[in-house]
Design a protein around this ligand. Structure first.
Ligand code: F6P
Length: 326
């Protein structure tokens, strides 16, 4: 699917939900791809909240200069309670029509995609671009921001490993992911964790302790346990370890550090490909779909279908993590 002229005159773009590194690269791709097809782009501030308030700004080629490498989102983002109401959504649609916005690119996670689906059902042409560090959306191997978040977590684990070794301590590193263990699993493997606790798999505490003790028996000076916030509280894990083993443990909660920072090259390229394809799809008359990357190819899927699917954790990787921790 290439560029070329389109009958579409004006589209909107917004970022919604938790920000993710690479969202700016996606906005830039939307604007540049649209410019190539003679389509005007209106940037909507603060996601769906801005649609309701009519907080619109025209984006030119220059508006997206110098942002490909920046974390966060120049359009700002929010989680809008008002958009969950019928009145809020009706106002959003009215504002879009008044502004002449004929199609919308929604960059965000599952909550944002649900919002996009509501608009699609009201007849607004919508394409979703997956942007969330959680990587919990079906229909794409990766979402924008995940790779950066994993790399940030791994860098933190590397630093923690140094001090953990010096003091012969157990460290519990809590990463983001309320319902998804994707960050924990990847960061745990890349960071060489002994145990990885994720919400998708029941926490086996006896096994966590056994691994720590096994490591000590063979002369390991430290232990690193990576826990997804949705699997257990790192503080509870630490207390339990102190109680049972009498080893010294410490907790590091990475929190929003994982959401900020310059996107990796992978996220910039992914965002550029997905953003551009979203515009091409709108121009081709597609609606109510999401773009994704599967096996390194850019694909699109029906939005409602994608939201009904559950992205499963890769059990092969989970078992590999256990083997590597032996
Ligand atoms: O969905 C992205 C995410 O960073 C989750 O991993 C995390 O649980 C949540 O957002 C935190 O949300 P907030 O920034 O609103 O505290």
């Amino acid at each position: 699917m290439g560029g070329g002229k389109s009958t579409l005159k004006t589209i909107g773009v917004l970022t919604s939900g938790g920000d993710a590194p690479g969202m700016n690269a996606a906005i830039r791709a939307v604007v540049r791809q649209a410019a190539e097809m003679d389509i005007e782009v209106i940037g909507i501030a603060r996601g769906f909240a801005g649609l309701i308030q009519g907080d619109f700004r025209r984006l030119h080629l220059g508006s997206v200069a110098d942002i490909v490498h920046r974390g966060g989102t120049i359009l700002l983002t929010a989680r809008s309670e008002e958009f969950k109401t019928e009145a809020g959504r009706a106002m959003a649609v009215d504002n879009m029509r008044r502004e002449g916005i004929e199609g919308l690119v929604v960059i965000g996670g599952d909550g944002s995609f649900r919002g996009a689906l509501h608009l699609a059902k009201k007849g607004v042409p919508v394409v979703g671009v997956p942007g969330t560090i959680d990587n919990d959306l079906a229909g794409t191997d990766y979402s924008i921001g995940f790779d950066t978040a994993v790399n940030t977590a791994v860098e933190a684990i590397n630093r923690i490993r140094d001090t953990a070794t010096s003091h012969e301590r157990v460290f519990i590193v809590e990463v983001m992911g309320r319902e998804s263990g994707q960050i924990a699993l990847m960061a745990g493997i890349a960071g060489g964790a002994e145990s990885i606790l994720i919400p998708e798999i029941k926490v086996d505490f006896a096994q966590v302790i056994e691994r720590i003790e096994r490591g000590r028996r063979r002369g390991k000076l430290h232990s690193i346990i990576v826990v997804a916030e949705g699997a257990a509280s790192a503080l509870d894990v630490s207390r339990e370890i102190n109680r049972i083993t009498h080893l010294e443990s410490r907790v590091t909660i990475l929190g929003h550090i994982q959401r900020g920072g310059a996107p990796t090259a992978f996220d910039r390229i992914l965002a550029s490909r997905l953003g551009a394809r979203a515009v091409q799809l709108l121009a081709a008359g597609e609606t109510s779909c999401m773009v994704g990357m599967e096996a390194n190819r850019i694909v699109h899927h029906d939005l409602e279908w994608a939201l009904e699917q559950k992205k499963e954790i890769d059990l092969e990787l989970y078992h590999l993590a256990n083997v590597l921790a032996l």
